[in-house]
Design a protein around this ligand. Structure first.
Ligand code: UDP
Ligand code: MG
Length: 332
């Protein structure tokens, strides 16, 4: 075990824990208490981190999240230091994660949610796994989707099946954003500066050796989820657009198939007219064909438009997030 570490010259010194928070004033104190316990446990491990920092990112919350940050920073009773960042508005979890990774100064970086759905108690296991030096990242996935509406689960499964067919990057079904990764991997993630940040795809795209740990689905400790069906649908479409250009190819294939069918049908009509004359005008067939092709054309234009819109947004090169306030504490 030690040999592998020496070979790769991994300093096991500092651990940064990045937590994106959007309206989490109720969950944060529970999370903080739990992390306090786990940090002591981590520090007492034989090869535990010598230093732990907690990076809290307030993603433009409208409740008392920022006040809770300040309160927790001033407590100075935990065995970790706190550094917090507050955005000027809500930029989304992916942007909050990006800001947190940028701010993290650790040799190892862990990203997790504030709502206890990513149990802090798993951290020591993850730490032990990564300190073997064999893996660059320890990732977690849910075993089941208990507590989730069945329709949402069915759509989620379908989405993962589609995106994995279409994309080169491996995107794991049930993967959480609860990860412990090396500095090197975090830096690689930070090199991808796209605005449409589908983080599950980004992790798959950067690669590195990842070990998966499964755990039972945990319900939120407090507060409510920020997702609804439409937000998830948009997330799914953004994910596909960000990590695959296959829908564009499918649009052209559809066009080619439609052309071939149209040519064959034209030949059929021509021959039929030669043999039987031209008895019926064939309105129903005409309408069906017009509607079908019109629909297919609009769909394809829509697909192309989606990619164009994405290119447009990326070309503006706007910042991924804007900070309004930062602060923190140093543990005693
Ligand atoms: N979150 C965020 N910005 C957002 C939405 C969510 O920073 O716009 C954070 C949220 O505070 C939580 C994590 O991302 O720590 C996961 O959010 P949530 O629990 O709503 O998602 P779910 O666990 O239901 O997938
Ligand atoms: Mg959650």
């Amino acid at each position: 075990m030690d040999d592998a570490r020496t070979d790769r010259k991994i300093p096991m010194e500092k651990l940064s824990i990045v937590v994106p928070c959007y309206n989490e004033e109720e969950s944060l104190p529970i999370f903080y208490d739990s992390l306090k316990e786990v940090s002591s446990e981590l520090s007492s491990l034989e090869s535990g981190p010598q230093n732990i920092e907690l990076i809290l990112v307030d993603d433009g919350s409208s409740d008392g999240t920022l006040e809770t940050f300040k309160l927790l920073s001033n407590k100075r009773e935990a065995p970790f230091s706190i550094h917090w960042i507050s955005f000027s508005r809500n930029f989304g979890k992916e942007s909050a994660l990006f800001a947190g990774l940028e701010a993290a100064s650790g040799d190892w970086i862990c990203t997790m949610d504030a709502d206890m759905q990513d149990p802090p108690s798993l951290l020591p296991t993850m730490w032990n796994e990564i300190s073997d030096g064999e893996y660059d990242c320890i990732s977690t996935r849910r075993d089941d989707r208990t507590g989730e509406p069945p329709v949402r689960s069915a759509f989620a499964r379908l989405f993962y099946r589609i995106i994995n067919c279409l994309s080169d990057a491996e995107i794991v079904d049930g993967a959480r954003d609860f990860r412990l990764m090396s500095r090197q991997m975090a830096d690689a993630v930070l090199m991808l500066k796209e605005r449409n940040r589908f983080i599950k795809g980004i992790y798959g795209w950067v690669g590195f050796k990842t070990k998966w740990i499964s755990y039972d689905n945990v319900e939120r400790a407090a507060g409510t989820t920020k997702w609804n069906f439409w937000k998830l649908t948009r997330y799914a479409i953004d994910g596909i657009v960000a990590f695959s250009t296959a829908p564009l190819a499918i649009a052209s294939i559809l066009g080619i198939i439609a052309c071939i069918i149209a040519l064959m049908y034209a030949a059929f009509i021509f021959i039929r007219a030669l043999i039987f004359g031209d008895p019926v005008a064939g309105w129903p067939t005409m309408m069906v064909i017009i509607l079908l092709l019109g629909g297919a054309q609009l769909l394809c234009i829509g697909v192309v438009g989606r990619y164009l819109a994405n290119t447009y947004i990326e070309s503006k090169q706007r910042p991924i997030y804007i900070v309004r306030e930062t602060g923190g504490s140093v543990s005693d």
